[in-house]
Design a protein around this ligand. Structure first.
Ligand SMILES: [Zn+2]
Length: 255
């Protein structure tokens, strides 16, 4: 009880049968023509639609049978989200923090804390006093530092952002960043003059052995003021991903 014509049921050997049945052949050509026209109209629809932006309609209409390519190979990388040049960071879980001062006031993530203490010990053996000034900070602490100090100093947001990160955008949230002072030159704390201290000179020559690096060297691509006192730990997988994964900044941010 099968009433579908034989020619339509068979696909692989239908060529000879189609040639002997002109009506079916014409129908087939017309059918293919219709499919092509419909397909063409479908493909052209996003381009000719004036009400939507081209990018949004293309992404919403175009089917994607294959996985999207890795962004690295794309000629136009997606812009990295930033706020006044600062990148967004998650706050470290409190359970992963470890004190690096005897009073427990300044904390870093475990690996960063262990390496800082070792670095501090090595420096001390050479007469250099590395004093931790600030380590992990909560978002609310950064909120005060950004907005309250901005008001006290009569700065606008752009001016403030050159020397401080907005809340949610500070490397200090990660538990990997630390501000370091010279115990023998406290007047240079958090000042560009820290660059002239023995502590900075020692860090410049030795910090990499302990997996610390300067976050904001002179002329950094983020456009943040040079901060010789601000170092970050990049010595394990998580810290490396935190600071380097997809952090290639758009050209517009380079200066
Ligand atoms: Zn800092």
């Amino acid at each position: 009880m099968d009433d579908i014509p034989e020619a339509l049921r068979e696909t692989s050997t239908s060529q000879t049968k189609l040639q002997s049945t002109p009506g079916l052949l014409m129908g087939g050509i017309l059918g293919i023509g219709m499919i092509l026209m419909l397909g063409g109209a479908f493909l052209m629809r996003p381009v000719s639609s004036p009400s939507k932006t081209s990018s949004s309609s293309v992404t919403s209409v175009k089917p994607s049978p294959t996985p999207t390519p890795i962004p690295v190979s794309s000629p136009t990388p997606e812009p990295i989200e930033n706020l006044l040049g600062h990148l967004e960071y998650k706050q470290a879980p409190v359970s992963e923090l470890k004190a690096i001062t005897s009073d427990g006031r300044i904390k870093l993530r475990h690996n960063a804390a262990d390496q800082f203490i070792e670095m501090q010990r090595a420096a001390r053996s050479q007469g250099i006093i590395l004093t931790p000034i600030s380590g992990f900070r909560t978002v609310s602490e950064q909120n005060y530092l950004f907005f309250e100090i901005q008001r006290q100093r009569n700065q606008n947001p752009s001016q403030r952002a050159e020397v401080s990160a907005p809340p949610n955008y500070s490397e200090h949230h990660t538990g990997y960043a630390i501000d370091i002072g010279d115990g023998k030159a406290p007047a240079t704390n958090l000042s560009p003059n820290f660059e002239k201290t023995a502590a900075f000179n020692w860090l410049k020559n030795n910090a990499a052995k302990y997996s610390f690096e300067l976050s904001f060297p002179p002329d950094n691509p983020q456009g943040i003021s040079y901060e010789p006192w601000h170092w970050r730990y990049v010595g394990d997988q998580e810290s490396l991903e935190t600071f380097y994964k997809a952090k290639n900044l758009p050209k517009s941010l380079e200066n």
